[in-house]
Unconditional design. Sequence first.
Length: 232
Amino acid sequence: MGFYYFDYTYFLFVVPALLISIYAQFCVSTAFNKYSQVRNRAAMSGRNAAEMVLRMNNVPVIPMNHIRGSMNDHFDPRSNTINLSDPVCEQTTVTAVCVAAHEAGHAVQYATKYGPMFIRSALVPITQISSMAAWPLVIIGLILPVQYSFVVDLGIILYGVALLFSIVTLPVEFNASRRAMTALSDSGLFTQDELAGAKKVLRAAAMTYVAATLSALLNLLRIILIASDRRR
């Protein structure tokens, strides 16, 4: 098959995965940048939008932290806090509102004990270990004589755990976006154009998780194919 990094599987699996990721990042950057220039009619900030989503879901308002940076907004279940970045926290753009509302959707999931979210949280420590160990084990196993192919198999199993984490992440992210859009729509504070913009932003953001899952799947298939060819 030739040297590992220059075989045909690179073009069969890695290149498509890379193109998918680039396209997803392009979509999210385009949508975020466009609607970061559009102020919402209600002059609602990201912080206010997150608080509104919580109230509309009968969830007590939790601490909102203003953090430095951009596109690093997140809900932290360990401290039960929503962390909003500079372009989101106090800004009144469509992007700021839907990003903050999405993170509040995660807070609602946590408060209502949404199953997939807790499954994902349980997988985090396992995934952190498996993600670091998978590729080294695969590479070492491919270097070792074929009788040590079980090392490659172990790497494949660990990489499969990382893929499982990505798969479980999908319903968590889509559900948070759905909760956000429902609250924004039901509030009656936003125009149809603003809601349409929010959908585009959230859809683009969701594409990054889909792309990550597809990329992980393609890489796993590549490893399996290489291991199978090596055994022949």
